[in-house]
Write a protein that binds this ligand. Structure first.
Ligand SMILES: [Zn+2]
Length: 369
């Protein structure tokens, strides 16, 4: 009953936010001006690798339905011991219409690569620990979203044909163990933006990231950067509770809360009242968190977030026992999925959160699972 009430409130908030989104929808020309094509994205990566050959390398980990390489980027110093170094994986662009996420991934790679050798903190961390990033998990969806065929910022899925008249699966609903569990109303509808696929891991893109993680068990923290929920919690830091809330023992919940709260504190901009906050997972938590949010965001903060089944974070925590933290980011807090007023400010803020987590990262982070 309570869950139904929460879903109802969330639905209302989504309707209001959608109307506001329509009112300030960015144009195709603006999107193309600010966000890279897939080819330009690859070129930026290659330039980073050439400029920082000791620190940046990348490898294909799979191929999208339309044949584009899905790339994993490794950022680590030459002194790091690959046999024992703990690692972190950050995932960007799981949804095709979340271009800010992809751009942030490239910005963070640049920040770390240029900081190695000049910033003592970054240098020390990257000599002991490894950062993996998948900066564009869904290249087909991102290309389609900026193609002009659909409204920009509207194509969330990949581009595999799923019926004679339907395309695409929501990659962040295609994972086990709760694939199809209490499906959202349209998770079984191929025409829906939230279509979960015909079966778990039906998509090449989800298979690629899953197989990478299975081959890299040294990854102890997993970060998933989105923008789709930004109207509710811009700058928000969440922590998925996989399988079911009850599965999380108190000690592990406390550890995750500490990590998430530390990231939230790190990314909060001290110069204004725009606070990052840990996404509430209970009505009690919401009471504490609401006052921290900017006034205009408060109506959009639900009492708690209904767990979305079939997400990447659920599988990574549930199957691998890795700490998972989700982000909802936007460049400009005053716009809904806003266009950049300051890309460098977003990278600067989010890099503080990333460095906090790198400090916390160790081989036994969550290893008792
Ligand atoms: Zn998303």
């Amino acid at each position: 009953m309570e869950r139904e009430h929460l879903r109802g409130s969330l639905f209302l908030a989504i309707v209001v936010a959608s109307a506001l989104l329509q009112a300030c929808a960015p144009s195709l020309a603006t999107v193309r001006e600010h966000f890279d094509s897939y080819d330009a994205f690859l070129l930026r990566l290659e330039r980073l690798r050439v400029a920082h050959p000791d620190v940046v390398s990348f490898e294909p980990i799979g191929t999208s339905h339309e044949g584009r390489s899905i790339v994993a980027v490794r950022v680590a110093g030459p002194l790091v011991d690959p046999a024992s170094a703990p690692a972190l994986l950050a995932l960007f662009g799981e949804h095709g219409d979340e271009h800010d996420s992809i751009d942030l991934g490239l910005g963070l790679i640049t920040h770390l690569a240029t900081g190695y050798g000049s910033d003592p903190t970054i240098t020390s961390l990257l000599d002991r620990k490894v950062v993996w990033m998948v900066p564009m998990m869904n290249p087909d969806g991102a290309e389609f979203d900026r193609s002009g065929t659909v409204e920009p910022f509207s194509w969330r899925k990949n581009r595999r044909p799923t019926s004679e008249t339907s395309w695409g699966v929501d990659l962040n609903r295609n994972w086990e163990p709760r694939w199809g569990w209490k499906p959202e109303s349209d998770a079984n509808d191929p025409d829906s933006g939230w279509f979960a696929g015909e079966r778990p891991f039906s998509e090449r893109e989800t298979q690629a990231v899953r197989d990478f993680l299975l081959a890299h068990r040294e990854v102890r923290i997993f970060l998933d950067y989105h923008t789709g929920f930004a109207p509710f919690m811009q700058g928000g830091v969440g922590f998925p509770i996989p399988k079911a809330e009850a599965d999380l023992p108190p000690t592990r919940r406390a550890r995750l809360e500490t990590l998430a709260a530390g990231v939230a504190a790190a990314v909060t901009n001290p110069r204004d009242d725009r606070h990052a906050f840990v996404v509430p997972d209970s009505p009690d938590a919401a009471k504490t968190i609401r006052p921290l949010a900017p006034w205009w965001a408060r109506p959009f903060i639900p009492e708690s977030i209904p767990p979305a089944p079939g997400t990447s974070g659920e599988w990574v925590y549930g199957e691998l026992g890795t700490a998972v933290i989700g982000f909802e980011i936007s460049r400009d807090w005053s716009y809904f999925r806003g266009l950049p007023s300051s890309q460098s400010e977003l990278v600067e803020n989010q890099s503080r959160g990333l460095l906090f987590l790198l400090e916390e990262l160790s081989s036994d982070t969550f290893h008792e699972h």
